[in-house]
Ligand binder design. Structure first.
Ligand code: ATP
Length: 356
């Protein structure tokens, strides 16, 4: 099912929770709504589900206007952060709930329901637990039951609101990989809300970055990480080194450091801030053109990456660098070494681009 969100705004009294949201999601996509607390993610998800009405704008499923269609008739699967399982029902009854409450004509037989429950229990790896009650399950198991329940009615759209937010880091990671597989298997269109950039990057086909009721950027994880279109997206999606300065003849002059920019004349003669991701800070043993000296002050190898902190010489500031382990070994770096850094790419923003 494709989903089209056309100019959706939502006001709560005078407060604008969403402003002119425009978003098209293709059938089969898994999209993450990512943003800080209060940015409007849940409001948007609830409007797509039909649990909340938009103040302005419209929602379309497969080109059909669903704006005034109620939540039940939209036939979406919904999973909340706090499992919301029926505590007085067994796992099997929770999973089959949506099938059992169907009108008589559309209701599958008892046997068909049992088969479906068994199949789903296998998929969510809870075989043998059908007779347990939610209180007898771990948090991760409960959340898998919630997903199985949402999938039982074979929705074409699956909406998830911080589905793994209440779980510990290891279980979360396992469950999100598993959500990705399930999404592919069921051929659904899924939208999930998260404020965790790592989670969004790990599973989503595309990320919608939200800030104060607006969409800041839409793109693949790679696009939003490598080419953020605003300082907000840069900051929200990962670590960053900042170089304040002024652009002169295409070069960013920041204290004693000169960095080559993209060459666009847009920022010429303006006060700007240069943004550089740690993995774009390349290191060299000698002073090549466009590089500046740094002194290594901290080295932390983690798996295939070495995290380095270094001081800018002549300035009381540090920068973060991420090097693949083989590059680190080739350079033979140790604490206190002075080497030269040349960024692969500098993103420059002027004050008027600092949206909010
Ligand atoms: P979180 O990550 O904290 O859940 P969110 O990005 O999902 O945040 P929303 O829950 O959509 O944000 O809320 C967006 C804004 O709208 C917030 O400032 C919130 O206080 C406000 N809001 C949400 N629901 C209501 C309501 N029913 N009445 C008034 N204001 C509301």
């Amino acid at each position: 099912m494709s989903i089209d969100i056309q100019d959706v705004s939502k006001n709560f009294g005078d407060f604008k929770a969403l402003e002119e949201i425009r978003l098209s999601i293709k059938k089969g996509e898994l999209v993450a709504l990512l943003g800080p607390s209060g940015s409007g993610k849940t409001s948007l998800l609830r409007i797509i589900a039909g649990l909340e009405s938009a103040t302005k704008g419209s929602i379309h499923f497969n080109g059909n206007d669903m704006t005034n269609v109620n939540a039940v008739s939209r036939q979406v699967g919904f999973v909340f952060q706090h499992y919301a399982l029926f505590s007085h029902m067994t796992v099997a009854d929770n999973i089959s709930y949506g099938l059992r409450v169907r009108p008589r004509k559309k209701r599958p037989s008892k046997n068909e329901i049992k088969q479906k429950v068994d199949e789903l229990l296998g998929l969510v790896k809870l075989d043998g637990l059908q007779k347990r009650y939610p209180s007898q399950l771990s948090g991760g198991q409960r959340q898998r039951v919630a997903l199985a329940r949402a999938l039982a009615v074979q929705p074409e759209v699956l909406l998830l609101d911080e589905p793994f937010g209440a779980l510990d880091a290891k279980v979360r990671k396992e469950l999100r990989r598993w959500l990705r597989n399930l999404h592919n298997q069921f051929d659904v269109t899924s939208i999930f809300v998260t404020h965790d950039q790592e989670e969004a990057m790990d599973v989503a086909d595309r990320i919608v970055v939200m800030n104060q009721g607006r969409i800041e950027q839409i793109g693949t994880p790679d696009e939003v990480y490598e080419n953020p279109n605003s300082p907000f997206v840069f900051d929200f999606l990962g670590n960053v080194n900042l170089f304040k300065g002024r652009v002169k003849e295409g070069n960013l002059k920041s204290g004693t450091i000169t960095l080559r920019t993209s060459g666009s004349t847009k920022h010429e003669d303006k006060d700007v801030v240069g943004y550089i991701r740690p993995h774009q800070m390349q290191l060299h043993q000698s002073n090549i053109e466009g590089s500046f000296p740094i002194k290594i002050s901290h080295i932390q190898p983690v798996g295939p990456i070495v995290f380095i902190e270094a001081e800018k010489l002549d300035e009381d500031e540090t920068i973060d660098i991420e090097l693949p382990k083989n590059e680190f070994t080739e350079l033979g770096l140790k604490l206190g070494d002075v080497v030269y850094s040349k960024p692969k790419h500098v993103h420059v923003f002027s004050p008027e681009e600092f949206s909010i």
